[in-house]
Every structure is written in C-alpha cells, then in structure tokens.
Design a protein around this ligand. Sequence first.
Ligand code: DGP
Length: 112
Amino acid sequence: MSSIFSKIISKQIPADILYEDDLCMAFRDINPQAPTHFLVIPKKEIQSMADLTADDQAIVGQCLIVAAQVALEEGLANGYRLIANTLEDGGQEVPHLHFHILGGRKLNWPPG
Ligand code: DGP
C-alpha cells in the first residue's frame, strides 16, 4: 500500500530532506514532538516493522546507521530516542516503515 511517504521519496510532495541514498531517506517530521525530530525511512515500500523479512537486513541496517549519522549532524551528541511505532497498538499512522529520531530535550520514560 502506497502512502504519503512514497510521494516524498518520489519528490511529488516536498520535505525537508536531511539525507538520501539508494536505500533510505531522512527528513524532518512535519509535526515535531521535540526540538529535533526527523524520520528515517526505507525507499522500499515496507508497511511496518511487522512486515520485515531477512531480505531487508541491509535496508534496516542502513536506516539505523543513517539515523545515528544524521543525529550527530543535528547536534544530538547528548542523546536521542529512536522509535518505530508499529501497527494499531503502536500508534502507527503512516503505513510505511519509519524510524522517529527525537532529541534536543530530556525525554520522558515511559511513553504513554
Ligand atoms: P506515526 O505513523 O504515528 O509513527 O507517525 C507518522 C509521522 O509522520 C508523524 O509524526 C507526522 C509525520 N508525517 C506525516 N505526514 C507527513 C508529511 O507529509 N511530511 C512530513 N515531513 N512528515 C509527515
């Protein structure tokens, strides 16, 4: 199922893109929940964490490495949180796998 993120990947709709390569893309969240809040997504249409297979190992690995690199570039040397909301109970709204990276303030635990 295609989502709004497919349109960001294809540049049909604009986003504040922080990083892009053949496998993944990082861009700022349109509704930031922290001073720094960006998303890392695979370019492949994977709906959620629940749809990952062993074939996706390189894609997910690259997404996490990009998350860490961009976090440092964004000045999050003091730390950050990576979240993958998954399906209904996880509060996932966009059906395209994405990793939230939030930082720039002390984050509460546990989340709601
Ligand atoms: P969730 O599916 O609940 O894990 O969160 C989806 C996130 O995607 C939410 O924080 C807002 C963000 N988002 C949704 N639509 C767009 C968009 O068109 N552009 C950008 N930059 N972010 C979006």
